[in-house]
Design a protein around this ligand. Sequence first.
Ligand SMILES: *[C@@H]1O[C@H](CO)[C@@H](O)[C@H](O)[C@H]1NC(C)=O
Ligand SMILES: *[C@@H]1O[C@H](CO)[C@@H](O)[C@H](O)[C@H]1NC(C)=O
Ligand SMILES: *[C@@H]1O[C@H](CO)[C@@H](O)[C@H](O)[C@H]1NC(C)=O
Ligand SMILES: *[C@@H]1O[C@H](CO)[C@@H](O)[C@H](O)[C@H]1NC(C)=O
Ligand SMILES: *[C@@H]1O[C@H](CO)[C@@H](O)[C@H](O)[C@H]1NC(C)=O
Ligand SMILES: *[C@@H]1O[C@H](CO)[C@@H](O)[C@H](O)[C@H]1NC(C)=O
Length: 930
Amino acid sequence: MSKREHGLCFLKYCSWTSWLLYCCVFMNVVNGYSVKNCTVRGSLKYAQNINVLCDKRSLHFVPGNIPDKATYLDISYNVIQKIIKEYFSHLSNLRSLNALHNKIREVEEGAFSSLVALQELNLANNKLTDILEGMFQNLGNLSVLHLNDNLITNISFSAFSPLISLSKVNLSRNHLMKLSQVQPLFLLPQLKEVHIGSNGFTSFQTSEVSNVSLTLNVLDLCKNPLKVFRITSDIFPHLDNLDLAFINESMTWDVQDKSYLQSVQHLNLSGIQLPLEKIKDLLQTFNSSLASLRLHFLGDVKVRALLRNVCLISSLRFLGLQRNNITSISKDEMQFCTHLTQLDLSNNRLCSIPAVISSLSSLEFLDLTFNNIKNISSVDFAKLTQLRTLQIYGNEISIIEKCAFKDLKNLTTVMIGSNRLSFNGYFKNDLQKLEILDLSNNKLDSVRSGDLDSLKSLKNLSLPDNQILFIEEGSFSGLKNLIFLNLQSNKLSRVSIKASVFSGILNLRTLLLNNNYISFDSQEALAQPPFKYLRKLKILNIFSQGHKGMVYLPSNLFKGMWSLEELQAENLNINSLHPDTFTYTPYLWVLDLSRNDFTSLTTKIFLPLRVLKTLHLSKTGLQSLDFLINANLSKLHLLHVSKNSLSVINETVIQSFPTLIYLDLRGNYLSCDCTNAWFVNWTISSNDTEVESAYDLTCNYPDKLKGHKLLDLDVGSCNVDVGFFCFLSTTTLVLVTLLGSFLFHFLKWQVIYAYYLLLAFIHDNKQQRKPKGLQYDSFISYNVHDELWVMRELLPQLEDEQGWKLCLHHRDFEPGKPIMENIVDGIYNSRKTICVISRHYLESEWCSREIQIASFRLFDEKKDVLILVFLENIPSHQLSPYYRMKRLIQKKTYLSWPKPGEDTRVFWQKLRVALETKGTPEMEHPLAGI
Ligand SMILES: *[C@@H]1O[C@H](CO)[C@@H](O)[C@H](O)[C@H]1NC(C)=O
Ligand SMILES: *[C@@H]1O[C@H](CO)[C@@H](O)[C@H](O)[C@H]1NC(C)=O
Ligand SMILES: *[C@@H]1O[C@H](CO)[C@@H](O)[C@H](O)[C@H]1NC(C)=O
Ligand SMILES: *[C@@H]1O[C@H](CO)[C@@H](O)[C@H](O)[C@H]1NC(C)=O
Ligand SMILES: *[C@@H]1O[C@H](CO)[C@@H](O)[C@H](O)[C@H]1NC(C)=O
Ligand SMILES: *[C@@H]1O[C@H](CO)[C@@H](O)[C@H](O)[C@H]1NC(C)=O
């Protein structure tokens, strides 16, 4: 028996009882909400989507208690090596199984065969070498299968045949060599996408694939050492996307009729190693259909030599030229590309915008991100009247010439972040259709009135990561359509966020002001609350301010934000909140106040929050959640109170949140004793609320159980009814079982012990009917280590001085009679039982039969028959595991033996009184606290 169980007295009390209880509890575990090692998201009650997340937990096995109703199971990033049949045999509702990134080498035949509803199966990044015959049995509803990044060399001929609904399969990055191994895949009736890149295929020929036409849309053959690509029949009438990236130099390209690939619109020839002339030939094949062409990773020289041919493909709309180290493009290289609508030149080495760009007058999308462009001249974008999106972030732009954007009448999106702009007045009257402007991470130090306010269509303005100190009144006043304003990570202080700054943007929904330097000196109401005009604002972020934090929230700071739904106010160094703080925001449903050091929080603060759904109070120094009991948070779904100093989670608190579905309590100082018994039971059995990582919550008290898992706490013994019920059941069980010699053989001691408990029960009943003539005044229960004290001190004083008659086993037990019978008789023939308590006693005797019988008697007679005598000083926390004893001590029904040298007279006097008392009738149920 382990120390822990010993401490909880439980198993010793009655092994049978605990066995019975364990069964009751275990059955709850199977049905309950919290799953060992996993997190459950979703509602078991309404059973729509139940996501069981067991990822990244170093699991060697799939946890055994996944709820039957689970629809998504994530076991990715573990170290599982083998999938056995039992794992998923009950999961007939599972729609998606993610086993990405394990060490799976083997899948037992039929291991997935119960997953009849499965639609997506991810086995990527494992160590599979063979796909065997029965692996996908019964997966008739599977539509997506990931087998990429394994070591697959063999595939059984009919392995894929059950997959009649399969539409997408990824077998990239395996060790497949022969097309015949994957050929059966192509014949599946629903197949649309095949990814077999990065394998060892040396040829792809239609004759090896099929003789009938297929439904395939996407064929990914990239990074294969293809020597032959031969299309001799029209089996791909629907092929839309062909990936031939990084194909090697010696491939023979043989497409006998141009029409065989005429449906291909998207072609990827990135990094292709064929000689230039062969690439040009290859491109000829697609002439009439191609809409999008990727030519990344080809190098400056090769790609520029190809450009002229590419531009001759009249159907081409998108051209991708990423990562080619292009430093410049001459006019005649691209002059025939005027039909392009989308051009991606990102990740090259352009120092300026190529002049040819302005002649591509059909361009709608232009990507110049991550180049070395230093300025934008007034002619660079001249004539690009169709341009809608300009992405040019990650350059070195510090200068934009006047009128540079004047022709971009249709521009809706400009992403010009991560440049070196120190002024933002470039976007004046010209850009009447501009909706999104991203100027993040530049060198702006202020926003002036007149800079931006003519952008009438602007919806989304991002100015984070600049050095903005000052915002002039009216800077945003013309932005009638602005709904999103990001000012985070600037240098704004209290004076920069005046009400007049925000007065013109009445439609604003989101305002991000976190990571600035806004702080206040007191909770006193402000004369001009800064956000008073933002009546439609839904989301406000003000977390993490400056060096010292916001320190105070003025009581009317949020005045005016009637529609506010989400407030992120964590890490502000706030100690207290004014009760009026949230009176202005009655529709708040997400409130984050974590990482503040609250000295106290009162119920009143939360009363206005009638519809609050999510409350974050992690890391706020809380010792109790009592202030939430009457806060009327009747809509609360999620409560985050991790990393506080909570030790007991009390039923009243939890029941004040009738709709709670998620509770995060990690990192608290939980107490593993009966004060948390209700919580443990509730966590295990609740079908409505998930306690985050419940099975990982550890105890902090008592010392003996520090670091143990809270849910391992044996709570059965904390519950009167269950305990008594189990006792009765056990007795009955024992009688029946006694007949079975088999059980007797294996559970000899428990049976004997239960038998004596039964004897005690019967003895007691008889006793009650008989008039009481008790043989002894007290039975003495002690540990052999303390025998000397009993003989030298106790016996002489009580028997000789005070004249009591004591029962000591070495002296008074009848020889020849079984020891248990002696104990039963001893206790029942004595009015009281004195326990001589020392550390030795606690460790070996406290849970012993003597005590159990004495407490049984105590329970039965409703009298205080136990007298505890402490021989040494045992600190209260060391007593915590002996819960019942702690309770007795709290009731002061104990005596302490004085320290050496101290007067013992008072002690003996008290003991005399205790032996004289008849008992305290209102004494609590003795089994209650074991
Ligand atoms: C499999 O798909 C079919 C057709 O969509 C559907 O009728 C059937 O219920 C699905 N089977 C399961 C077990 O979900
Ligand atoms: C297929 O697997 C490869 C290799 O891991 C991966 O790069 C690619 O993104 C995957 N494709 C799809 C469509 O899943
Ligand atoms: C296609 O038909 C030819 C001739 O009948 C046969 O040799 C070949 O195996 C067939 N190919 C496939 C993939 O069925
Ligand atoms: C090729 O382009 C397609 C888009 O058409 C993309 O999904 C794929 O990842 C690209 N392949 C490689 C190897 O980059
Ligand atoms: C829970 O806490 C409330 C308020 O502190 C208290 O009144 C109640 O007795 C506690 N309940 C239990 C079971 O300890
Ligand atoms: C949870 O659901 C199970 C099975 O549906 C049920 O047996 C159990 O009583 C429920 N638990 C609670 C606390 O309602």
